[in-house]
Design a protein around this ligand. Structure first.
Ligand SMILES: [Fe+2]
Ligand SMILES: [Fe+2]
Length: 239
């Protein structure tokens, strides 16, 4: 029996109309497309020209770990959080678009040990932050950001995974948008496989993490909404 599908948060440009699980039909650039697990990297375009300039600089550095898709989805969550929470888009947007470019200097074969629920090599996780901050500084200097803005963005990137507290609302939005990716259809479908969890166990892990991970109340609400959608996508029933 087909399962009901509620697919998106409503902030994407893709909208689901199918009852296939997990593959769905969606609209992209006005055309109806078929989508399946092998074709997760669609939609979530960055249309704002100023933001797109930054993303184009980041894109060559986001070729591993589904990082380009992760960045685009986190960017859209950041836009929603900026609208609802407040914050400085001149800081939040470059920070979210560039936050994971540091992975590009770490051999892909070592990535699996440096992120996710079981980090075996914390020094590599740290390195992607510090190198990412340095590289972001170079990109933003080329784009003529001010020294003050670059400093704040570097600070946010430098602690986006390992710093457990938040520096300010800009930092909170970046941290929350980064984590919200895990709750999206694409992030969830990517993560339960690469973390070798069942969809059910992955969802339980995400639900239990909401109170630990998120700084803003809006992000918690968004995460709960996504959880309902993933339950529907995968037919998961929890007590
Ligand atoms: Fe990261
Ligand atoms: Fe990230």
């Amino acid at each position: 029996m087909p399962l009901p599908v509620q697919f998106r948060t409503g902030i994407s440009h893709c909208s689901a109309i199918s009852e296939q699980v997990p593959g769905v039909l969606f609209f992209k650039e006005g055309k109806l497309m078929d989508r399946n697990d092998e074709d997760l990297d669609c939609g979530w375009e960055i249309e704002n020209p100023e933001h797109s300039i930054i993303f184009e600089k980041a894109k060559p550095l986001l070729k591993t770990r589904s990082n380009a898709l992760h960045t685009r989805i986190s960017y859209h969550f950041a836009i929603t959080l900026l609208e609802k929470v407040g914050g400085d888009p001149k800081i939040v947007i470059p920070a979210i678009l560039l936050h994971d470019i540091g992975w590009s200097i770490i051999p892909e074969s070592q990535h699996a040990e440096a992120f996710g629920p079981y980090v075996k090599k914390p020094e590599l996780q740290r390195l992607h932050e510090t190198e990412g901050a340095r590289m972001a500084g170079e990109i933003l200097t080329d784009l003529e950001y001010s020294g003050h803005q670059i400093h704040e963005i570097e600070e946010i990137i430098s602690g986006h995974d390992t710093r457990s507290d938040s520096l300010n609302s800009n930092d909170s939005i970046v941290k929350d948008a980064d984590k919200l990716w895990r709750y999206s259809y694409e992030g969830f479908t990517t993560d339960y496989k690469r973390f070798e969890k069942t969809p059910r166990d992955c969802l339980i892990w995400l639900i239990e993490s909401i109170s630990k991970w998120f700084f803003t109340e809006v992000a918690k609400i968004l995460a709960h909404k996504e959880v309902l959608q993933r339950k529907a996508n995968y037919g998961i029933e929890l007590d």
